[in-house]
Design a protein around this ligand. Structure first.
Ligand code: ATP
Length: 349
């Protein structure tokens, strides 16, 4: 084991016959912002709780900063945790809530009051120390919960969907604040979210989870541009997936009577079953029906269009299947269109 960050080896957790984690191993580096992302029920919270020591019957080992804490109770793991629902004490003031985080912690070089003031300053809430949590907005309450979790100077910060109860605008603002605080403290952070955009925006590295397993661990750019599995391609990049068979000359993929180019830089044997993945923004939408023979232009029909502000998301139908495109055209496409993509922007799964 290394002497930094968090290491989980072969973690398995089952609840009454439901397997939540199937032999998951992870290595999070010291100071890293690491995110577990995946759909509801894939095991993200169970993983976080297993690291914190809150899961009964967890099999596997956990090391924090090189110390094996597998058998240590939660209070001896030196982790701070923030949940979706704030969990502040309503009968205590903001100051008392933050001080509560220090109940098991001896401060070496400063008074409790000074430490609480420092933390409130860190989360930019110095002015509300004497209020009760009910007098604060959701975003402010969540920042207090963060200050409380950080109070005892944990080695690791565990965050379970801390922004999901907030409205979209506040979420984005708090996301930036959270990132700034994490960088400033250089604290190893494991963040749980089902929101892929949030995961990509915040993290140094992302672990994509699916049905109790980790499918891919990589920096956000790699997970987005170079997914290693069908699930990651669909969940993270909203990729269009074309299942087909490599043609006899090994240069193309036959899909439902049409021929798509084999993604650039990939090799596959003639006759092999493959999936070609193309991201929505890699597909250009042109007016008119001018599909060419090389497979990189497809004649399709626009079904629905969503206006995203800076682009349109266009849902088309081609050969009976749906294709999703994203275009920055000035006007929404309609009717018969030609979809174009470059083989260099496609991936082979
Ligand atoms: P969400 O995003 O909805 O919180 P998640 O990815 O965090 O989902 P977990 O909460 O870790 O998923 O749950 C993983 C699986 O384990 C699910 O099938 C869930 O129903 C099950 N599970 C979790 N906790 C318990 C429990 N205490 N008792 C029984 N089953 C549980």
């Amino acid at each position: 084991m290394t002497d930094a960050g968090v290491q989980v080896e072969s973690m398995r957790v089952a609840f009454d016959g439901v397997t939540a984690l199937r032999d998951v191993s992870l290595a999070v580096e010291s100071g890293e912002f690491f995110t577990l992302v995946g759909p509801s029920g894939c095991g993200k919270t169970t993983m976080l709780r297993a690291i914190a020591g809150l899961t009964d019957g967890a099999e596997g080992t956990v090391a924090i900063d090189g110390r094996d804490v597998t058998d240590a109770p939660p209070e001896e793991r030196n982790v701070g945790m923030v949940f979706q629902n704030y969990a502040l004490f309503p009968h205590m003031s903001v100051r008392e809530n933050v001080a509560y985080g220090l109940r098991f912690h001896e401060l070496a070089d400063k008074s409790e009051d000074d430490r609480v003031a420092e933390l409130l300053e860190l989360v930019d809430l110095g002015g509300v120390a004497d209020r009760s949590p009910e007098q604060l907005s959701g975003g402010q309450q969540q920042r207090i919960a963060l200050a409380r979790a950080l109070a005892p100077e944990p080695d690791v910060l565990l965050l379970d969907e801390p922004l999901s109860a907030l409205d979209a605008k506040l979420r984005k603002r708090l996301r930036v604040q959270l990132q700034t605080i994490q960088r400033e403290l250089d604290i190893t952070t494991i963040y749980v979210t089902h929101d892929q955009a949030e995961a990509l925006a915040l993290s140094d590295r992302v672990a994509v989870m699916h049905e109790g397993r980790v499918e891919q661990v990589a920096v956000p750019e790699t997970v987005y541009r170079d997914p290693t599995s069908r699930f990651v391609a669909e969940f993270v990049g909203d990729n269009n997936l074309f299942d087909g068979r490599v043609t006899d000359d090994g240069a193309s993929v036959a899909v439902d009577g049409a021929t798509l180019p084999l993604p650039a830089g990939t090799a596959a044997s003639p006759g092999e079953s493959v999936t070609v993945a193309v991201r929505p923004e890699a597909i250009a939408v042109d007016d008119g029906d001018e599909a060419g023979a090389d497979g990189t232009t497809l004649a399709a029909t626009v079904e629905t269009v969503e206006f995203l502000g800076d682009a349109y998301r266009v849902h088309c139908r081609w050969q009976g299947r749906r294709i999703e495109c994203k275009t920055t055209a000035a006007n929404p496409p309609a009717g018969r269109v030609t979809l174009r993509f470059d083989a260099a922007d496609a991936q082979l799964l």
